[in-house]
Ligand binder design. Structure first.
Ligand code: GGG
Length: 300
């Protein structure tokens, strides 16, 4: 389902790079969107603050101005955030907060191989079914509720999902089977924590976390976000893979109904990955973020 068929004269996009390599890859996604010209309404970008680094300067991780600006936007792109591993008084994760404030109840993370990148598995045609991932044999209250809620959806939808087969699996065995036979899965539906872990694991199957995009979607707003984190070990070196963010921009546009723009970005990315010449170090290459971005933009 596309979010809206509203005709817009401009597309207001909030940009929240946040921490680490988020600041290097979100500008790449902006450049890709700008390259689409008249295939989308004229983009109007608003640069917004959030993150742990901002917290250390300003004492808050998600300023009210950022939330207000997002409420005035059509969509947004979020980079990555480096939340500390121990409790810091006054800090909480801005991405988690944004998902709640903007009612972005689904974080959708497609993991798709486009070429035989180093370490990637050959492409597979997937069997359709939907698998609910949980651990309700141990977490019977929380995961049990999740399992029952997902199972109740098709029943309540009066035949709308008749062509969908629902399976379920405990999260530990799902990790095992994901690595042994990834082709058995089409859609994995999981609570936040398992989904986060499983999507990183699935990214290994297509060669790099630097390739995998996501959108945070609700009924009224969509926010693209690379699946990877802020990668402090490589931040500032100009070698982060921009593809996850560029693909997140495409997913966001697709969700809004701008299919041609989204297709142009995805095809350009696929071409660059398939050619295998301009690749960042995570894919075994030696190209810089900017070089990969330039090659993708050239093909858009
Ligand atoms: N773009 C995804 C991302 O930033 N991942 C890092 C992560 O999981 N951070 C947790 C947090 O800081 O809330």
């Amino acid at each position: 389902r596309f979010m809206s068929t509203v005709t817009r004269s401009k597309l207001r996009i909030g940009l929240i790079p946040a921490d680490g390599i988020g600041r290097e890859v979100i500008p790449a996604a902006q450049t890709a969107i700008e390259a689409l010209g008249s295939d989308i309404p004229k983009p109007e970008f608003t640069h917004l603050l959030a993150g742990f680094e901002y917290f250390t300067r300003a004492g808050e991780a998600l300023p009210e101005e950022t939330v207000e600006a997002l409420r005035e936007s059509d969509c947004a792109l979020f980079g990555s955030v480096s939340s500390p591993s121990k409790k810091v008084t006054g800090y909480s994760s801005p991405i988690v907060a944004l998902r709640k404030i903007l009612d972005l109840y689904a974080n959708i993370r497609p993991v798709l191989a486009v070429a035989d990148v180093p370490g990637g598995k050959p492409r597979v045609d997937l069997v359709v079914h939907v698998t609910i991932i949980h651990k309700s044999n141990v977490l019977s209250v929380t995961d049990g509720l999740f399992r029952e809620t997902v199972r109740a959806v098709p029943a309540g939808a009066a035949g709308r999902y008749d062509d969908i087969t629902i399976a379920e699996q405990l999260v530990d065995s799902a990790v095992y089977r994901l690595f042994r036979e990834p082709q058995i899965y089409d859609i994995m539906v999981a609570p936040n924590l398992y989904g986060d872990i499983l999507s990183d694991a699935a990214a290994a199957l297509v060669g790099s976390l630097g390739l995998v995009p996501s959108i945070n979607a609700g009924d009224d707003f969509v926010m693209g976000e690379p699946v990877h984190g802020s990668a402090p070990d490589i931040a500032g070196q100009g070698i982060a893979n921009p593809i996850a963010s560029i693909r997140s921009a495409a997913l966001m546009l697709r969700h809004l109904g701008y299919l041609k723009g989204a297709d142009r970005i995805d095809s350009a990315v696929d071409e660059v990955v398939r050619e295998g010449i301009f690749l960042t170090p995570d894919l075994g290459g030696s190209s810089k973020t900017q070089e990969v971005t330039d090659e993708i933009v050239k093909r858009i």
